[in-house]
Design a binder for this molecule. Structure first.
Ligand code: MV4
Length: 510
C-alpha cells in the first residue's frame, strides 16, 4: 500500500470561540502547530491562549478582522502556515476566499471552490441534483423572472408555496405564501431581504412542506472521490432558524430510510464534485418522504453528536483529507453506537426574548462525568464581546440509548453554573423535559407550538434563585462589579439538587 501523504506542519485557524478551540485541539493531537488569529476584542480570548502562536488581524468588527481576507492570508504567509481552517461562519463558505487560498498556495481546509460555488447557488444545486435523480421539493427550475411567472408557477405548484432566495440558506429571504394575494408582497419582501443579506435578489418558488423535520447527513469525501456518510443528525429543534438542540440518531428514521437517505447524501456530494467534510440537509415530511434541501459546505456547529455516535474525529478527518490523504473509513464499517444530544449555550436571555447578553463571565463550572463533552470558548473572568455570534459553548451528552442520554443531559444542565451573563440553560432543561421532545416527536414547529410563552412561566422560578446568586457573590472575594445572573430553573422550590444552591451555600460558608 502506498504510504499516505504527510500532514501539514502548521495550520492557521481563521475563527474564534469554541470552534477555534476545537480545531486547535485537533491540531495538537495530530502534532501540528496551530496559529490563532484575533481581533482587538479577542486579545484575551481562549483560542489565543491555546494556540502555539497568535496573530492580531485588526479591530473588533468582523469585516475588519475575521472576514478580512487579505489580513488572514497575510497572517498565514507570515507565520508559515500551509493551510487555513475556517471553522464555521465567517469565511467558511466564501468561494472567493477559497479561490484566493487556492491561488496563493495555502490549502483551504474545506471543499474546492467550484463545489463551494455550486452548492452556494440553491437554484443551480437543485438543477444538478434533480438531474442526478435526487428527490427535490417540487418547484421552479430557474430563478423567477417576474410576478407573472410566479403567479402561474404558484398555481401549478399549488398553495401554500415558499419564496426562497437563490443565494440564501438559514431562512433569510424566505416567505410562506398561502394564496395569490399574498404573493406580490412576499416576493418583494423576500427580494429585499435577499438583496441586503447576500447582495443578490434572485428568488424562486417551492411547494411549502408543512411541519417538516430537519434531518441532515454528515459526509466525508477525499480528494480522490471516495465518499462516506456518517449517518444523520436530527436538527428540528430550532427557534427562528437558530438550532438549539441536535441529536443523533434521529428518532424519525428506521434502518431502511436511513440507508436510503445516506446513499442519497453520498450521491449529492459526488454530483457536486465535493471534497472534505460537508452536510446534506433534507426535509422529511409527515408521510416520511424526504427531499434534498441544501448542502452545508463546512464543519457544522453540531458535528460533535456525529463524533460521539460514530467515534470518528471529523476535524482529524478534515485535516487528513486536506493534506491529500485517502479516506481510510469504509462505509460498511461505520456504525452508530448509542445516542448523543447537543445543547447550544448562547449568551442570550431566554426570559427576555432571547436578546444578546454580553458581559463578564464571573464564574464557570463546567459539567463533568461519563459521556459528557463540553466544547467551550470561554473561561471565568473573560468578557464576552458583543461583536460576534453569541455561541459560548456546547454541551453534549452521550449514552447507550436516547432516554439515558436525555437524563444525562438534564443532570449535566443541572450541574452547569455560569454566572455573570444570561444563558438559555433553564430553557434547555424545559426542552429536554418536554414530553413531545421526550417521545422523539418534535418537528420544526416544536418551540413555537410548545414553548412560546416560556419567558412568563420562567420568571417566578428565576426570582427565587436571584437572591441566592447575589448573596453568593456578595460573600465571595471577587472584587469585580457584576450584574447578578439569572439563575437556572434548578433553583426552584422543591427541587432535590441545585448546583446554584450548593454554590451559594458554599460561598456563604453554610
Ligand atoms: C422549507 C420549509 C418548508 N418547505 N422549504 C429553513 C431553513 C432553510 N435551510 C430551509 N428552511 C425551510 N425550508 C420548503 N419548501 C421549511 C423550512 C423551515 C425549517 C427547515 C429546517 C429547520 C427548521 C425550519 C424552520 C422553519 C422553516
Amino acid at each position: 500500500m502506498k504510504p499516505q501523504a504527510e500532514l501539514f506542519k502548521k495550520i492557521l485557524v481563521a475563527n474564534r470561540g469554541e470552534i477555534a478551540v476545537r480545531v486547535i485541539r485537533a491540531c495538537r493531537e495530530l502534532g501540528i502547530k496551530s496559529v490563532a488569529v484575533y481581533s482587538e476584542a479577542d486579545r484575551a480570548a481562549l483560542h489565543c491562549q491555546m494556540a502555539d502562536e497568535a496573530v492580531t488581524i485588526g479591530p473588533a468588527p468582523s469585516l475588519d478582522s475575521y472576514l478580512h481576507m487579505d489580513r488572514i492570508i497575510e497572517a498565514a504567509r507570515r507565520t508559515g502556515s500551509e493551510a487555513i481552517h475556517p471553522g464555521y461562519g465567517f469565511l467558511a463558505e466564501n468561494s472567493d476566499f477559497c479561490r484566493r487560498c487556492e491561488k496563493e498556495g495555502v490549502v483551504f481546509i474545506g471543499p474546492n471552490s467550484a463545489a463551494l460555488e455550486l452548492v452556494g447557488d440553491k437554484v443551480r444545486a437543485r438543477q444538478a441534483m434533480e438531474k442526478a435523480g435526487v428527490p427535490i421539493i417540487p418547484g421552479m427550475k430557474n430563478v423567477a423572472a417576474g410576478l407573472e411567472e410566479c403567479v402561474s408557477q404558484a398555481r401549478k405548484i399549488g398553495y401554500p408555496v415558499m419564496v426562497k432566495a437563490s443565494a440564501g440558506g438559514g431562512g433569510k429571504g424566505m416567505r410562506i405564501v398561502c394564496n395569490e394575494e399574498e404573493l406580490r408582497p412576499a416576493l418583494e419582501a423576500g427580494q429585499r431581504e435577499a438583496k441586503s443579506a447576500f447582495g443578490d435578489d434572485s428568488i424562486y418558488l417551492e411547494k411549502y412542506i408543512e411541519e417538516p423535520r430537519h434531518v441532515e447527513f454528515q459526509v466525508l469525501a477525499d480528494n480522490a472521490g471516495n465518499t462516506v456518510h456518517l449517518f444523520e443528525r436530527e436538527c428540528s429543534i430550532q427557534r427562528r432558524h437558530q438550532k438549539i438542540v441536535e441529536e443523533s440518531p434521529s428518532p424519525a428514521l428506521d434502518p431502511g430510510l436511513r440507508a436510503k437517505m445516506g446513499e442519497t447524501a453520498r450521491k449529492v456530494m459526488t454530483t457536486a464534485g465535493y471534497n472534505n467534510a460537508g452536510t446534506v440537509e433534507f426535509l422529511l415530511d409527515k408521510d416520511r418522504r424526504f427531499y434534498f434541501l441544501e448542502v452545508n459546505a463546512r464543519l457544522q456547529v453540531e458535528h460533535p453528536v456525529t463524533e460521539m455516535v460514530t467515534g470518528v474525529d471529523l476535524v482529524h478527518q478534515q485535516i487528513r483529507i486536506a493534506s491529500g490523504q485517502k479516506l481510510e473509513l469504509k462505509q460498511e464499517e461505520l456504525r452508530q453506537r448509542g445516542h448523543a444530544i447537543e445543547c447550544r449555550i448562547y449568551a442570550e436571555d431566554p426570559s427576555n426574548q432571547f436578546l444578546p447578553s454580553p458581559g463578564r463571565i464571573l464564574y464557570l463550572k463546567e459539567p463533568r462525568g461519563p459521556g459528557i463533552r463540553h466544547d467551550c470558548g470561554i473561561y471565568s473572568g473573560w468578557d464576552v464581546p458583543i461583536h460576534y455570534d453569541p455561541i459560548l459553548a456546547k454541551l453534549i451528552a452521550w449514552a447507550e440509548d436516547r432516554e439515558s442520554a436525555c437524563r444525562r443531559m438534564l443532570a449535566a444542565l443541572d450541574d452547569y453554573v455560569l454566572l455573570g451573563i444570561s444563558t438559555p440553560i433553564p430553557f434547555l432543561k424545559d426542552v429536554i423535559r418536554h414530553p413531545v421532545f421526550r417521545e422523539g416527536k418534535a418537528t420544526t414547529g416544536f418551540i413555537k407550538a410548545h414553548l412560546d410563552g416560556w419567558a412568563e412561566a420562567a420568571k417566578d422560578k428565576e426570582k427565587q434563585g436571584l437572591a441566592l446568586a447575589a448573596a453568593a457573590f456578595l460573600a465571595s472575594d471577587q472584587k469585580t462589579s457584576y450584574r447578578a445572573a439569572a439563575p437556572g430553573a434548578g433553583s426552584g422550590a422543591g427541587e432535590a439538587y441545585s448546583a446554584w444552591k450548593t454554590l451559594g451555600r458554599w460561598r456563604l460558608g453554610e
